[in-house]
Design a protein around this ligand. Structure first.
Ligand code: UD1
Length: 320
């Protein structure tokens, strides 16, 4: 199914990934309804989308069943991106994480069922794997999340499958691996790349939790959008795909790369205590997405970071 002319609901539309997805869907000729409670999302992210006649935005919460049910009556596809996204914050507030991610997702599933929606695409996370020492991580491995956030995403995956089996809903799951890029917030509970870029711009040293050997498969947001568009094209119902760059890097290497690209090698890397709930290593086996979806990541860490930096410079008129 191509997205042109389709009616699409994006939850979390004012957020980092949701807003990038919304813009791309509009460029491809979809009619998009975006919802966001603006807790983490920001209307600035929708500056371009809000000028588009095929876009409507509603400030609401995914847990508001009646409201979301009403505005999504004519929807063909739901991209469910809204979430409580921070691993450390989920450790401080497990109930909130559970409430937003699990109850919110259950609401969206019920809405999709009641409104007979053709397809629901769910943004899951590599955090469902937990600490597995055999790398890369493939979709068939046993899952053992080690944070409330990971548990919440795994529960949502299970609900997706149950709604498919029992109610015949066409559900698809994308397990994102550490997404970064334009519009990711620089806040204490954001992803490490956005935090470090903010620190570099303010001439502050970079802080690593642990010994710097933790590694992540950082994935540029444009590649995440590519995967979301591909999964809409055909019926992949009931399938789940790892979506990553397929090239992991450890935190010390990442810090050095960011300092090099920004010409800020005068800044220091400071090592501090490890962060509870962090998995050690994460590296996506993306062969299934390559074969079935024809997914081809276009960015590695260096090219993704450079593209991100260019965007940052245009947006913030910074000089690095
Ligand atoms: C991130 C996402 C999560 C997503 C998961 C997998 C965010 C906030 N979290 O979690 O939603 O599901 O990837 O796709 O986007 N670190 C430092 N210094 C810092 C900040 C972090 O050393 O200043 C370290 C952390 O301890 C961790 C690593 O960087 O070892 C990555 O942390 P983070 O960017 O928060 O990502 P995840 O916890 O992996």
């Amino acid at each position: 199914m191509l997205v042109k002319g389709k009616n699409i609901l994006v939850t979390g539309a004012a957020g980092f990934i949701g807003s990038n997805l919304t813009d791309e869907l509009l460029k491809l000729g979809a009619n998009v309804i975006g919802i966001d409670n603006l807790y983490n999302g920001r209307l600035d992210n929708l500056e371009w989308a809000l000028k588009n006649k095929n876009f409507r935005f509603y400030k609401t919460d995914i847990r508001d069943f009646n409201y979301v049910l009403e505005i999504s009556k004519e929807i063909d596809i739901i991209y469910h991106q809204a979430a409580f996204t921070s691993v450390p914050q989920s450790i401080l507030m497990p109930d909130s994480c559970n409430n937003v991610n699990i109850n919110g997702t259950l609401n969206i599933l019920n809405i999709a069922r009641k409104n007979d929606i053709d397809k629901l695409i769910f943004a899951s996370s590599s955090s469902v794997y937990g600490n597995i020492s055999t790398l890369p991580l493939d979709e068939d491995m046993k899952l053992k999340p080690i944070s409330p956030y990971g548990v919440s995403k795994l529960t949502c995956e299970a609900y997706m499958e149950v709604f498919r089996l029992i109610y015949g809903l066409r559900t698809n799951i994308l397990r994102y691996f550490n997404v970064y890029g334009p519009r990711q917030r620089d806040s204490p509970y954001s992803g490490v790349i956005a935090i470090w870029l903010g620190r570099i711009i303010r001439d502050e040293d970079l802080i690593i939790f642990g010994d710097g050997k933790n590694s992540r498969d950082f994935t540029y947001v444009k590649d995440i959008i590519q995967a979301n568009l591909l999964v809409a094209e055909k019926d992949f119902s009931g399938q789940l795909f790892n979506i990553g760059a397929g090239c992991p890097i450890n935190l010390t290497e990442l810090a050095n790369l960011m300092l090099k690209i920004t010409n800020k090698q005068n800044l220091k890397i400071i090592y501090t205590d490890p962060r509870p709930g962090d998995i050690s290593n994460s590296y996506a086996d993306i062969s299934k997405a390559k074969e079935s979806l024809n997914f081809k990541p276009k960015y590695n860490q260096e090219s993704g970071l450079k593209d991100y930096l260019e965007w940052y410079k245009r947006k913030n008129t910074i000089n690095i």
